[in-house]
Ligand binder design. Structure first.
Ligand SMILES: Nc1ncnc2c1ncn2[C@@H]1O[C@H](COP(=O)(O)OP(=O)(O)OP(=O)(O)O)[C@@H](O)[C@H]1O
Length: 666
């Protein structure tokens, strides 16, 4: 071939600056594009081999070799795949490349600001120009008698092409990095990027630093293989020891014979695992394999709780492993990662088109070779097919959970506290998931027993129909819990911040159902009945209320006088469920600063027990000097057993308590 030069594309001048800008955050993606092109070239050649159109030389081992040269600032990616003829370079590199890029631009031109989408794209071979000023291709087709081709381009706008001198089949692409991108010729940076994108590509990938001092290992003779490069034969003399013989004389005995060992160049180790666990059949995988894989991919030292191995090939191809991670309940937020692959090539983490949002709380890998990708392997077409994939994954997760609840209830209960936030979030986000999970949501009661909503309602039907009492903080609400237990009432424990929107969701879906926090109201079970026409009680209640309001200097405080069966209780606080939920919501949306009274007051009610001796004392001695102290003390105690005292109240409470003790001491 006579040498040839030309323009790559008439429009390329407009395109390049945009591509460069768009891909700014993901410059490292060129590694993925070049290495996966190499893997593709090998995969294609393997197919030709299977079809009998190519015979592989016996000693040829398919591989992609990445070599970095930190001195020259170059990177070379070499594969021994099918290579290209001059015509193919013309067709695939000179012409096609930019028509694809134009489609891409056309489709996404209005979304230039959506880094989210853009960050996920690669642009095939041309992504090399994001980091390199000059790029050369040396390629030789597998076809017999083909002439090698040398191609080069400065800046990606024009090219030159001529006969090359590549001796072996395959393609070698060399990048002469631009000043801003020298980091990519650093061995450690290169390894990091390769591990990110290429960890599971289907062909062995090796990384070599051209400038690194060679490293050696010394091995025994029987470990030597044809592939090893021996640099030295080491003769190790026999090992001897001095021992006493039967006659008690010292004797030198040989314990290990002399042997020949070999100093060899350290064997290269691929950076990737060509047969990742998700590709294997679940029957072939042991628990340890799943845990090892989890640790390696997610660097999480905690063992996952359990996992789901997805494996289907109809109506589309999808494989993957989803792990339910152990959640550290000290922290409210749960962050997962779902890594998406296309034929073992890493696309990106957490692509929301394919992975339902709530599943991103899990950790896992999904490989879907059928993903409709355009332009580059990572541009997803958001069509019905992608939605189907997403629905399928959701269904599989629900099937696994419901199946486990039915057949392995013991473990399901064991994991429940950890997986509950995830499931509840899923129910809030996905109607279908919520429907499937409906009968498999568990509620832990005061005895630590796990009940379904149906069981809960059935169990408490007689005492409080269609009402479920719940505890959000077992410590803060312990007084109420004790009262409930004494009265033979039950409540469920809902400690997570997701529980608040979740019970709202349940109430919406189940007409008449009401969730009440354990301190929201005093159930009739705790009270003695007060007759409608009990004028004495009414009068006393009015007096008490007036005395307390005066003593506390708070006219707005809601006070309720009840006859509680438990005479020991003097005062308590109840908080209206509605106002509290409103306040919780305000907190959640970070609307602190706002005045809660906008939403109908704090909803707190001080409950006084008319059956309690101290309360009766206050009623009878409203005018006495110490009565207001008792009122303050009773109010603070009610607040305390509810878990809340402002710093100012706390200071007063302590000094008042001391005063009271002084009185006792006198
Ligand atoms: N290492 C290679 N060996 C053989 N052919 C190659 C190699 N690299 C690129 N090609 C050819 O050039 C074409 C264009 O490559 P490019 O990376 O730009 O796009 P692609 O691989 O088709 O798509 P994408 O990488 O965006 O998914 C490839 O389809 C392939 O035919």
């Amino acid at each position: 071939m006579s040498s040839k030069s030309g323009n790559l594309s008439i429009n390329s001048e407009n395109i390049f600056p945009i591509i460069k800008k768009w891909l700014y955050s993901d410059h490292d993606i060129f590694y993925r594009e070049l290495v996966s092109n190499g893997c593709d070239a090998i995969t294609k050649l393997k197919k030709l081999e299977l079809m009998g159109e190519y015979t592989k030389p016996e000693d040829l081992e398919y591989k992609v070799q990445v070599s970095v040269n930190p001195d020259d600032k170059t990177i070379t990616v070499t594969d021994n795949g099918l290579g290209m003829t001059a015509d193919e370079v013309e067709e695939y590199i000179n012409q096609i490349a930019f028509s694809g890029a134009q489609d891409f631009l056309q489709k996404y031109k209005d979304k230039a600001n959506e880094d989210q989408i853009i960050g996920h794209f690669g642009l095939g071979f041309y992504s090399a120009f994001m980091v390199a000023d000059k790029v050369t291709i040396d390629t030789r087709s597998y076809k017999e008698g083909s002439t090698p081709v040398h191609w080069e381009s400065e800046g990606g706008l024009t090219f030159e092409m001529k006969d090359g001198d590549k001796a072996e089949q395959g393609t070698s692409i060399t990048l002469y990095l631009n000043e801003d991108s020298y980091e990519f010729s650093n061995e450690y940076r290169a390894r990091e990027v390769l591990e990110k994108y290429c960890s599971f590509m289907p062909v062995p990938i090796y990384l070599k630093n051209e400038k690194a001092e060679p490293e050696y290992d010394t091995i025994d003779k029987d470990q030597l293989t044809d592939k090893d490069t021996v640099v030295e034969t080491v003769l190790e003399p026999a090992k001897t020891e001095e021992k006493k013989n039967e006659n008690g004389e010292k004797e030198t005995v040989e314990v290990e014979p002399a042997k020949e060992r070999y100093k060899i160049l350290r064997r290269p180790v691929p950076v990737n695992d060509t047969n990742p666990l998700w590709n294997k059949h679940p029957n072939e995988c042991k628990d340890d394999d799943y845990c090892d894989f989890y640790r390696r991919v997610f660097h999480d030292y905690k063992e996952p709780l359990f996992w789901i191995h997805l494996n289907m090939d109809y109506p589309f191809n999808l494989k993957g492993i989803l792990y339910f991670p152990k959640i550290n309940t000290e922290y409210d937020s749960i962050e997962g990662t779902i890594k998406l692959y296309n034929n073992q090539v890493f696309i990106a983490d957490n692509i929301k088109e394919v992975i339902p949002e709530f599943l991103m709380l899990l950790k896992g890998v999904i490989d879907c070779p059928d993903l409709p990708l355009n332009v580059s392997r990572s541009a997803l077409q958001n069509d019905g097919f992608v939605k189907k994939i997403s629905d399928y994954i959701t269904k599989k997760v629900a099937d696994k959970l419901t199946g486990m609840c039915k057949t392995d209830r013991e473990n399901y209960e064991k994991y429940w506290d950890d997986i509950a936030p995830f499931i509840k979030f899923g129910c809030l986000k996905d109607e279908k998931f919520a429907e499937k999970m409906n009968d498999y949501i568990l509620f832990k009661n005061l005895d630590g027993k796990y009940l379904t909503l149906k069981d809960c309602l059935e169990e408490n039907k007689e005492k409080h129909e269609n009402k479920v009492f719940y505890v959000t903080d077992e410590k803060e609400q312990s007084q109420y819990i004790n009262m409930f237990k004494e009265a033979g009432l039950d409540a469920v424990i809902l400690p997570h911040s997701i529980d608040s929107p979740f019970i709202g969701h349940l109430e919406q879906k189940n007409e008449g159902l009401k969730f009440l926090r354990i301190d929201a109201d005093l159930n009739d079970t705790f009270k003695e009945e007060v007759k409608e026409d009990d004028e004495v009680f009414k009068k006393n209640a009015e007096t008490l209320t007036a005395v307390f309001k005066k003593a506390l200097g708070n006219d707005k405080l809601e006070i309720k006088v009840e006859k509680l069966k438990n005479e020991g209780i003097a005062s308590m606080l109840t908080v209206s469920e509605e106002s509290r939920r409103m306040q919780d919501m305000m907190k959640m949306y970070n609307m602190y600063g706002m005045d809660p009274s906008m939403f109908g007051g704090a909803g707190e009610t001080l409950v006084l027990n008319a059956n309690n001796k101290l309360v009766q004392y206050v009623m009878e001695h409203g005018d006495e000097e110490n009565t207001s102290k008792i009122c303050e003390q009773l109010y603070d105690l009610a607040l305390l057993s509810h878990g809340t005292l402002s710093p100012e109240r706390m200071t007063n409470f302590i000094s008042r308590s001391n005063e009271i003790m002084m009185m006792l001491a006198k």
